[in-house]
Design a protein around this ligand. Structure first.
Ligand SMILES: Cc1cc2nc3c(=O)[nH]c(=O)nc-3n(C[C@H](O)[C@H](O)[C@H](O)COP(=O)(O)O)c2cc1C
Length: 250
């Protein structure tokens, strides 16, 4: 039975309020979100589950006035992009796997908080980040080994239950996008819990946004998040289809 002193105690009703009142807000008040609040929300975004703990994500809050003005236009000048005081670009970074691997390897050998590991776990993690992670992600120049890996995974899968991980360039993009989208949701819920609002946007000119932010080829923009405090009339009525269409028990 949980008590309030229980570090795992949670408030379901409080979460339900956050989830229910998170809406895609299109009209905003002009005042900015205080830096310390936005930082806390971004920190919570980075607590999202992430594949292999490799953190293949990046959040770029565009503050430079000229860049921000340009970004609003590159988001097709849609209402939330025009109105929100903040625009945060959520980027999937499949290419970050190398950095994540290096950082994990250093962390495994360190005494960092959260890394007080039993020796057998440390040995297993060492092997994972030394051998398995490169095996999954190292595709050679231009992902030349991607098709070969996909073929091998397919062939193995004909004979046995196997892990058909996302190989090749498209697979790695999907891999990083999944994780980044989870962090986006954390960020939107955190903003709501802090009394602010957001709108995820996929309507933007990706190549131009990438150029504006100097992002490299493998980076993919998952969404641009408008953020701020909602203004009256900034929210469409909430509507969802019949849950039986989407929720099954088998
Ligand atoms: C991946 C994604 C992309 C979206 N892109 C846009 C967008 O470009 N512009 C916009 O106004 N809303 C956008 N939305 C918001 C959806 O229209 C909105 O989530 C949906 O209508 C449900 O409303 P709610 O978020 O208020 O519950 C997007 C939502 C998601 C999840």
């Amino acid at each position: 039975m949980m008590t309030t002193a229980d570090p795992l105690a949670c408030d379901f009703e409080a979460f339900a309020r956050v989830a229910r009142t998170r809406r895609s807000v299109r009209a905003y008040q002009p005042d900015a979100i205080p830096d310390e609040v936005l930082d806390k929300c971004l920190d919570l975004a980075l607590l999202a589950p992430n594949s292999h703990n490799l953190e293949p994500w990046q959040f770029i809050e565009v503050r430079d006035p000229a860049k921000l003005a340009r970004l609003r236009i590159l988001c097709l000048n849609q209402l939330p992009a025009r109105e929100a005081p903040h625009l945060i670009v959520a980027v999937a970074r499949p290419d970050f796997w190398r950095m994540g691997r290096r950082l994990m390897q250093a962390a495994i050998e360190s005494d960092a908080p959260g890394m007080h590991l039993p020796e057998d776990v440390r040995v297993a993690l060492r092997a994972k980040y030394r051998f398995i992670i490169p095996m999954i992600f190292q595709d050679g120049p231009f992902h030349i080994l991607g098709p070969l890996k996909r073929f091998i995974l397919w062939a193995i899968g004909l004979f046995t239950i196997s892990w058909r991980f996302d190989a090749g360039r498209a697979g790695q993009t999907l891999w990083a996008t999944r994780t980044t989208a989870l962090a986006c949701q954390n960020l939107m819920l955190a903003l709501r819990a802090a009394g602010f609002d957001s709108c995820p946007m996929e309507g933007f000119d990706e190549p131009r946004v990438k150029r504006l932010l100097g992002l490299p080829g493998p980076a993919r923009i998952v969404m641009v998040l408008a953020a701020g405090r909602r203004a009256d009339g900034g929210v469409a009525p909430l509507y969802r289809f019949d849950r039986t269409l989407y929720v099954r028990r088998v």
